[in-house]
Design a protein around this ligand. Structure first.
Ligand code: ZN
Length: 494
């Protein structure tokens, strides 16, 4: 996510013949060994409600016996009684311009291998659905869930506003199993409280024909039934599936290699310029980090309270972002997330800096590579350092003490400002300092290796450390620790 608070390999010659060139696995190859979600959705535009049926073909690929099956029900956070709410008090007025509204998901019926099961609900907001069914490694089950969704009127990831209907984090999604338990972190108004494995998706949406649909993946069929349209979509090896609809969308498109880049917009004159920013970002990040493996990238202007939001193959750009420079900044940031969150996943709840810090730094690298955008790398680092130091000093003065560690779950930051400074700003400064310490060539080699080695998987800070140590032939453990644990003195290190 991008907070509005910011204005702000080569394998050649001998090496190739001996060790070969590390390449990203193809989507076709990766997708053969993934869980499959098939989701049928019927959107009722009068009620802003969705009737859905989801079938998951789930194979236990964890090296462990699973005691049960757990799924997140993220829409529960939008219900009237939710404890872990999606919108902070600070953002309430902007998120709910017509007054606070609520939404929810109701589970109607669940079967497992065609047998009806009674689920249990856990978490403060009953946002974790549990099916009692033990699975040995490589056991496979088919789970079918019927659900009804009530969409809230809110300018958020999940909700509808004046211009767009944002359908994301809406369906039951499997929790990640690690270290002997499922990760069941609840929603949080701070950061992006999501965490999921890559999977394959087949999604069918029925909707009013006067709407245009932006979505993860690619279209496989479209049937116009007059007032209603049925759209079939597929996506392979993606971490999530998101849809944005509008009856106001226009679209401009351009291909970058095999990828079709679409910019969906309304109420805007300079769409071609923003399409160019999007294609420039895709080309730049492919050059710096490695190949973007998908056929489509959809950049979608939408009603959203924060600056932007990343989903696989699809990013939101808030229509509240003002000024060309800021709007470009959000586009570039969200597209960088396709590498850091999308292809290389991480626990965004516990290690938010790992994707946000690297994404924010990637945005800066974009400017360095594209001087015609007139944003100076050194100037940004200087300002970020000054702002960070001022923030820390002020915080100490007012509160008495400050925790500058980056290794905290998102619900352990006292304020949104503290979260943004420690994950985005300090995260960016960390990567800048790392590049200074090991040098540009080794830094890029490390990042490219990190990308390939962790593609379609879940990376941890230890994976990043390992890639950087291998690329630089330097022990970096204490360097990483001092930044991550909050011991480094920023402003004195450059
Ligand atoms: Zn972000």
């Amino acid at each position: 996510m991008k907070k509005k608070i910011f204005a702000i390999l080569l394998c050649i010659g001998l090496a190739f013949t001996i060790v070969g060139c590390k390449k990203l696995s193809t989507i076709e190859k990766v997708s053969q060994d993934l869980n499959e979600y098939s989701i049928l959705l019927d959107y009722n535009h009068q009620e802003n409600a969705i009737s859905g049926t989801e079938t998951i073909e789930f194979t236990n690929r964890y090296d462990a016996v699973l005691p049960n099956i757990k799924m997140h029900l993220y829409p529960r956070a939008f219900s009237e009684t939710a404890v872990n709410r999606p919108v902070s008090k600070l953002n309430e007025a902007n998120a709910y311009p017509q007054g606070v509204d609520y939404g929810d998901i109701e589970i109607e019926n669940i079967t497992l291998n065609d047998n009806v099961v009674t689920p249990q609900y856990e978490g403060q907001d009953n946002d974790i659905l549990t099916i009692e069914y033990e699975m040995e490694p490589y056991d496979k089950v088919e789970i079918s869930i019927e659900f009804e969704i009530d969409m809230p009127r809110v300018n958020h990831r999940f909700g509808y506003g004046d211009n767009t209907i944002n359908i994301a984090n809406f369906y039951p999604i499997l929790c990640v199993y690690e270290n002997g338990e499922y990760n069941t972190s609840p929603y949080d108004a701070n950061g992006d409280p999501f965490y999921s494995d890559v999977a394959n998706y087949n999604v069918t949406l029925e909707y009013n024909s006067n709407y245009t649909v932006a979505h993860t993946g690619y279209e496989t069929n479209k049937e116009n039934l007059g007032d209603r349209t049925i759209l079939d979509m597929s996506a392979k090896a993606v971490r999530d599936f998101a849809i944005v609809m509008s009856d106001k969308f226009s679209v401009v498109s351009k291909d970058v290699g095999d990828t079709r880049v679409n910019y969906f917009y309304y109420d805007q004159d300079n769409a071609e310029a923003y399409l160019k920013t999007s294609t420039d970002a895709l080309s730049t990040f492919e050059k710096l980090f490695g190949e973007y493996p998908y056929d489509s990238l959809n950049v979608v202007r939408s009603n959203f309270v924060h600056g932007g939001m990343e989903y696989p193959n699809l990013v939101y750009i808030s229509d509240e972002v003002e000024g060309v420079e800021n709007y470009n900044n959000v586009i570039i940031h969200e597209i960088a997330h396709q590498w850091w969150y999308g292809v290389v996943g991480n626990n965004e709840y516990d290690y938010a800096w790992l994707d946000e810090g690297l994404t924010e730094y990637s945005t800066l690298l974009f400017y360095e590579e594209n001087p015609d955008y007139n944003i100076d790398y050194n100037e940004i680092i200087k300002n970020a350092t000054n702002n960070y130091v001022t923030f820390v000093d002020l915080y100490k003065e007012v509160i008495g003490t400050i925790d500058t560690s980056m290794s905290r779950p998102i619900n352990k930051y006292d304020t949104e400002y503290e979260y943004v400074y420690m994950t985005y700003v300090k995260g960016m400064l960390f990567f800048d300092n790392l590049r200074d310490v090991i040098g540009k060539n080794k830094f890029y080699k490390g990042l490219q290796d990190y990308y390939i080695e962790n593609a379609y998987k879940i990376a941890t800070p230890a994976n990043l450390l390992s890639s950087m140590e291998h690329a630089s032939h330097t022990k970096l453990g204490s360097f990483f620790d001092s930044w991550i644990e909050g011991k480094v003195i920023i402003g004195k290190i450059s």
